[in-house]
Each structure stands twice: as structure tokens, then as C-alpha cells.
Design a protein around this ligand. Structure first.
Ligand SMILES: *Cc1c(COP(=O)(O)O)cnc(C)c1O
Length: 356
């Protein structure tokens, strides 16, 4: 299906669940909106998308995604400003990353047009689910998986592309304690670390669970070869302020190219901070704690925007970051990004995609 000529077919719910939602108490991922968008891939092409009531699917237990893991996803947010205008934050960039994930997993590409039109149409139908409360948004979860039923190991020939949406509240996370992981690996160079594929998460649970038993919130993943260089923190990219400069690990095949990471790097210069994308070794961070040249460390991602790191555990020692105050870069950039997304600050980089 190259071009969407017809409007997307909508089958509406008999009764909306919207009135049962407490918008002042949303949490994250607890509620799924009334409708979902579905598209099937078969006979070598994506078929007509349709919007249907959110509900269970009937699928074969032999479907290939369950056995061989062809399953990828995206996560982004839509916002409603005070005038009632709904925008999606950087969906084109999320689409580019989805294409990379699909390609790595031998799954069929989805055109930008199908992606954007599907998102817009679904959000229009469930426009009432986009929160207006402070700090809240509609979380968008597009995902693609192999639905073909067959037991043999093979690349599937049938897929489903589905979009779910979920109203989410402000994400308050307390400052986290992270442990430098030197035994387990999330992703190796040449592997699937740069793809947002389901298996990366499945593989990360066990080391994370062990770290949590030891009293940490998250692991700080290091490179698979030498465990010397920092990749990411949990399921977020990681940034440091070292000698007054914003420093973040440079992209490689073992880390995810975060849209939040890119947005923060783009905003940095105008906010008066120099930035460096390069390899960051554990030794450098340890040295920086000893010399007191590290002033901030934080995770960055769509859900929380910025998640403050309070403690980094390196080789058996807890190193504590100084307290965050209103001058801290992480708080200033978090506010700036939130204000751009909400339409309070001018959108000079054209990041907000208008839902018609
Ligand atoms: C999604 C994700 C991120 C953050 O990406 P954003 O586009 O900023 O939300 C970082 N690391 C991993 C492993 C992820 O899955």
C-alpha cells in the first residue's frame, strides 16, 4: 500500500471508558485508550489500516514473534496545549528509528506516510484521551511483530503493525542509584542494541533484578568487550556534566539512538553549554569523582525526559553526585524541552507535528 487514498476506516466503541479515568492520577501505562490502530502485512505488502476498539487479539500460539523474537516498538508522546491543539513530538525521527529497527530484524519497512497518518487518525479518534493536566501527555506505542504461524525457524512473511495510546501523568522519579555493570551485557557491537526490539528488554531484566536486590535502581551498561566504556543507563541514554561540559557516549551499534538524547544535544549550545559525544570510560568517571569535576549525571528518555542520578557504584564504591539545584543543566533542559513540547516555548527546530 503506497498511498492512503481513502480515510482510515473507524469502528467505534459502543461505550467509551473515558469517563472512568482520573486525569489527576494517571500513573504510567495504567490505562489504554478506547481505540487501537491495526494494519496487517501479507502477500508482500501492508494492507489497509483500520481503527477498532481496543481489545484482545486472536493469534496462533505458533506465531513466529513468540518463538524467534521478531518484535520491535517505538515510544513517543502527544501533547494538547491550552488552545486544544494536539501535537506529536518528533514522530518523523521516531519513524526513522523504527525503520532501522525493522531492517535489523528483517521485518518489512513502514512508509513515513502510513506511520504519520495512522498516528494522526488514531489520536483524532481518541482526542479526548490526550490529557491537559500539568506534565501529562498521551503516550504512543506503535509496535510491529511477526504474526505468521509456523514452527520452523524463518523470517516471517506476515506481520501486524499496531498502535496503542495511553494517557500518562508526570513522571516523578526519585534520584536513582546506578551500578556500573561489569559482568552482564545488554548489547554487543554488531548486535541489536541500536534497535528497539523486544528481546533487548527481556535480556536486561535479569542483571537489573540482581542490581535491585543489591540496593540499586538501575545498571549502567558498559561495552561488551572490555566493560570499560559506558553505553546506557537502564533503558535510557546517559549524560554527564564533566568540567562544565555536557558529555554523552557517542552512538554505536550497541546503544539506542534516543530522540531525547538528540533533542538535548541540539538544545545544549543555545543553553550555553559545550557538548561532547565520545567514548566515556569508567576510569574517567571515577577520576572525575575524585577530582570533583563531575557535577551531574542523568538518564534521558521519552518517559521521564530526565532522570537524576544520585549515586554511581563503581568497583565496590558508592560515588555521590552533588545536589541538584535550579541552575543545574538537567533541570533547565527538562523544563525547556517540556515547554517546547507544550507549545509554551517557540518550536524553533520544528519538532512538534500537528495532528489535524
Ligand atoms: C527507548 C530507549 C531509549 C530512549 O529513547 P527516546 O527516543 O529518547 O525515548 C534509550 N535506551 C533504550 C535502550 C531505549 O529502548
Amino acid at each position: 500500500m503506497a498511498v492512503l487514498t481513502e480515510p482510515i476506516h473507524v469502528e467505534r466503541v459502543a461505550k467509551s471508558r473515558l469517563s472512568g479515568i482520573d486525569f489527576n492520577n494517571l500513573g504510567f501505562g495504567a490505562h489504554i485508550s478506547d481505540h487501537m490502530l491495526m494494519v496487517d502485512y501479507k502477500d508482500g505488502q501492508w494492507q489497509e489500516p483500520k481503527i477498532v476498539p481496543y481489545g484482545n487479539l486472536e493469534l496462533s500460539p505458533a506465531m513466529l514473534a513468540l518463538h524467534y523474537g521478531q518484535s520491535v516498538f517505538e515510544g513517543m508522546k502527544a501533547f494538547k496545549n491550552d488552545q486544544g491543539t494536539i501535537t506529536i513530538f518528533r514522530p518523523e525521527r521516531h519513524h526513522k528509528r523504527l525503520l532501522k529497527s525493522l531492517d535489523r530484524m528483517c521485518m518489512p519497512a513502514i512508509s513515513e506516510e502510513l506511520f504519520l497518518q495512522s498516528l494522526s487518525a488514531l489520536i483524532e479518534v481518541d482526542a479526548g484521551w490526550v490529557p491537559t493536566t500539568e506534565g501529562a501527555s498521551l503516550y504512543l506505542r506503535p509496535f510491529v511483530f511477526a504474526s505468521e504461524a509456523k514452527l520452523g525457524v524463518k523470517v516471517a512473511e506476515e506481520y501486524k503493525f499496531i498502535i496503542l495510546t495511553s494517557p500518562v501523568g508526570p513522571y516523578f522519579s526519585k534520584p536513582v542509584r546506578v551500578k556500573v555493570e561489569e559482568e552482564f551485557v545488554r548489547a554487543a557491537e554488531g548486535g541489536t542494541g541500536f534497535a528497539k526490539c523486544a528481546g533487548n528488554y527481556g535480556g536486561a531484566f535479569y542483571p537489573t533484578m540482581l542490581a535491585q536486590k543489591q540496593g540499586f535502581d538501575q545498571v549502567l551498561w558498559t561495552d561488551a568487550k572490555d566493560h570499560k566504556y559506558i553505553d546506557e543507563s537502564g533503558a535510557m541514554n546517559v549524560m554527564f556534566v564533566l568540567n562544565g561540559k555536557l558529555v554523552t557516549p557517542k552512538l554505536s551499534t550497541s546503544l539506542l539512538d534516543g530522540v531525547t538524547r538528540d533533542s538535548i544535544l541540539t538544545l545544549a549550545s543555545a543553553m550555553g553549554i559545550e557538548k561532547e559525544e565520545r567514548r566515556v570510560s569508567i576510569a574517567e568517571i571515577e577520576e572525575a569523582f575524585k577530582n570533583k569535576t563531575i557535577t551531574e549525571a542523568f538518564g534521558v528518555g521519552t518517559a521521564a525526559v530526565v532522570s537524576q542520578i544520585a549515586t554511581i557504584h563503581i568497583h565496590g564504591t558508592d560515588y555521590n553526585l552533588p545536589a541538584v539545584d535550579s541552575n543545574s543543566f538537567q533541570l533547565r533542559v527538562k523544563k525547556k524541552l517540556n515547554d517546547i513540547r507544550k507549545g509554551i516555548e517557540p518550536d524553533t527546530h520544528h519538532w512538534n507535528y500537528l495532528v489535524k
